[in-house]
Write a new protein. Structure first.
Length: 181
């Protein structure tokens, strides 16, 4: 598995330091708001767990599962809600936790979907931002960003290729030979 990694883009130590810094900022901003953290499955699981574990104030957790991929590395652009929230977020402070802000299709869809549920506030915290892949017309900006990355196919720390590599403790660039079959 590690032989499929061309380069470690963000080493474990740097990744964990940034996650702790993001959690500290979220704690400062939401200490008295009892926010609901919404994770978009599956890629966000590692980031989500570490953010919530380091958030030092009361909070609630919920998840959505949406998909725009039919396998491979290219999005279909068609969003499907596979699992919606179980909590009522109307009048609540909500923070979307996202693993990677790529084309913007998924995050834009999620943001609009949650905004329609009437939260008191809705903000976005993304671990990775890949602006080079943003689709035309997507203007949504994250409120909290861990790393801005180049246009490379990354895996690890929850992110996958065909459901593999999620368990890597760092963010790595997948060798093109792996996915250009």
């Amino acid at each position: 598995m590690r032989n499929d990694i061309e380069e470690i883009l963000i080493p474990t130590e740097e990744l964990q330091a940034k996650v702790k810094a993001l959690a500290a900022q979220l704690t400062e901003d939401y200490a008295d708001k009892d926010p609901i953290f919404v994770g978009v499955l599956k890629g966000v699981v590692m980031f989500y767990s570490d953010i919530v574990r380091n958030f030092d104030a009361p909070c609630e957790m919920d998840f959505m599962w949406i998909s725009s991929y039919a396998g491979g590395t290219t999005t279909t652009g068609q969003m499907n809600v596979l699992r919606d929230l179980t909590r009522d977020i109307s009048g609540r402070h909500v923070v979307i936790l996202e693993d990677i802000y790529d084309t913007g299709n998924s995050l834009d869809f999620t943001y609009k979907h949650l905004l329609a549920k009437g939260p008191a506030s809705l903000r976005i915290c993304t671990l990775l931002d890949k602006p080079a892949r943003r689709r035309a017309g997507i203007t949504l900006q994250p409120d909290y960003t861990g790393f801005v990355i180049p246009n490379r196919f990354v895996v690890g720390y929850g992110m996958d290729y065909e459901e593999h590599y999620r368990n890597l403790p760092y963010i790595g660039v997948l060798k093109p030979a792996v996915y250009e079959k």
